[in-house]
Design a binder for this molecule. Structure first.
Ligand SMILES: Nc1nc2c(c(=O)[nH]1)N[C@H]1C(S)=C(S)[C@@H](COP(=O)(O)O)O[C@H]1N2
Ligand SMILES: [Mo]
Length: 257
């Protein structure tokens, strides 16, 4: 399946927290999994770090969805995840973001709207996946989610916000109070440039204080609701809806900086 298409990511490797199994010897267990090649191939190196040692390690990492290469000194880089068989793509000119649901004024935004018409917010924060990898000081730019919610006029009884992706599979959700935070943005820039296709471009969510799975890629729908309707892709598989880094999912990671 994947072997002849090494550039396409496959399953999200965060399906099981690696440390949950093989208590006492998680690393040995991971090594066994790596050698056994369970088809856990969904890891690609972020394009940003295709350099030096990273480049040398790339073939290893492509085959290692197990976290083994986290032991090597190149761990501070993004893995590219997709729960679908490949990466969806969208021309900038065709991109639309819908804001719907329990709001007075549903809206549709173009990429140009998000890039230029709406007030811009910048953020620099560590980014951490619930499987353990962390990238320090990632720069983001976009529009506060709160700004879009306020423009839409959220109904007084609304409690949650749901998110959809044009990959056709991934979904996410937030409590309305979390969605209104200053560090939750609808991002069109990441790492100092337009969000790349593999990182979820042209637009993804950045939920800075929470684990990476909340930051839905290829974002195209925001729906305000009364009550929680669909927790989200990984939440349906056991992960927390309120995914604070260091204070959820049974993990004790350092707070993000
Ligand atoms: N649409 C979509 N969004 C997604 C994912 C995904 O598989 N599909 N993976 C999530 C997870 S688990 C993480 S850690 C981050 C990873 O972002 P990256 O692929 O840009 O490194 O994206 C999140 N958003
Ligand atoms: Mo993740």
């Amino acid at each position: 399946m994947a072997d002849d298409r090494p550039d396409l990511p496959l399953d999200e490797p965060a399906g099981e927290p690696v440390d949950a199994e093989g208590a006492g010897s998680p690393i040995g267990r991971r090594l066994v999994l790596g050698v056994g090649g369970l088809g856990v191939l969904g890891v690609l190196l972020g394009a940003k770090v295709q350099r030096g040692l990273d480049r040398a390690l790339r073939p290893v990492t492509l085959r290692d969805g197990t976290g083994l290469t986290d032991l090597l000194p190149t761990a501070e880089r993004f893995r590219i995840y997709s729960v679908t068989d490949g990466l969806p793509s969208m021309r900038d000119a065709d991109y639309r973001l819908q804001v719907t649901g329990a709001v007075d004024a549903p809206a549709t935004y173009t990429l140009e709207d998000l890039r230029t018409s709406l007030p811009q917010t910048k953020l620099v924060r560590d980014f951490q996946c619930v499987t353990g990898w962390r990238v320090p000081k990632v720069a983001w730019q976009g529009v506060l989610l709160r700004e879009l919610l306020d423009r839409a006029g959220v109904h007084a009884d609304a409690t949650h916000v749901h998110f959809g992706s044009f990959d056709g599979a991934y979904t996410e959700s937030l409590y309305l109070r979390d969605a209104r935070r200053d560090d939750v943005i609808v991002a069109h820039q990441m790492l100092g440039k337009a969000v790349t296709l593999e990182h979820g471009g042209p637009v993804r969510l950045c939920v800075a204080p929470m684990y990476g799975y909340k930051s839905i890629k290829w974002l195209d729908r925001i729906e305000v609701t009364v009550g929680l309707i669909d927790q989200g892709y990984w939440e349906a598989r056991g992960y927390d809806v309120e995914a604070w880094v260091g204070k959820s999912n049974g993990r004790s990671d350092a707070p993000i900086g």
